[in-house]
Design a protein. Structure first.
Length: 187
């Protein structure tokens, strides 16, 4: 829970009294590698904090997985559209490695939003996620798979060791063989 508070306070200072209320509404879970925290077609009922580990968000269409993005610890996450609308998710959320999460329900989160500090944090993190989403969409439309791989290699090289090739390939929108050629060319 200490890591969670540290993460939240990067965005908003939380008074001790507020933190007592916040921490009481989150429960810790340790999830194995390749665990589906959410499945397409199910309603996402929780907001999460990823304390350690690595996740991927993906869509399954006609038997083919398409990775939307990865979530790296520490970070907050949910299937935002499903969580807020209470409608079935269009995506899966899966652990890529053993992960520790903290979770709270929709109802508990709504109660926490009455706290000025939590409400401010929630707005700031939501804006940041929207920015990241727009950035990913823009890259998909304007950058080649090779350029996107080069950016990941430059900015987060450790992820290339943690994410399986097939998931990276689906994230870049290419076949694993094409990604292998890109990697060979750049190394």
């Amino acid at each position: 829970m200490k890591e969670f508070r540290k993460f939240v306070e990067q965005y908003e200072k939380i008074p001790d009294a507020d933190w007592e209320l916040i921490s009481a509404r989150f429960r810790k879970k340790i999830l194995p590698k390749n665990y589906n925290l959410l499945e397409q077609g199910k309603i996402c009922k929780n907001l999460y904090f990823l304390e350690n580990g690595l996740l991927r968000f993906f869509i399954l269409k006609d038997g083919t997985e398409s990775t939307k993005f990865f979530t790296i610890a520490p970070y907050c996450f949910t299937s935002q559209a499903s969580f807020n609308s209470k409608k079935p998710a269009n995506e899966y959320i899966q652990t890529i490695e053993k992960s520790t999460i903290w979770e709270t329900t929709y109802k508990e989160n709504e109660e926490l939003l009455n706290l000025k500090s939590w409400n401010s944090f929630a707005r700031k993190i939501t804006q940041e996620v929207q920015f990241f989403t727009e950035e990913i969409l823009e890259e998909l439309q304007t950058e080649t798979a090779e350029n996107r791989y080069q950016k990941l290699l430059t900015n987060q090289p450790e992820l290339l060791q943690r994410i399986p090739l097939k998931h990276l390939a689906s994230f870049f929108g290419v076949a694993p063989q094409s990604l292998s050629r890109i990697r060979k060319k750049l190394t």
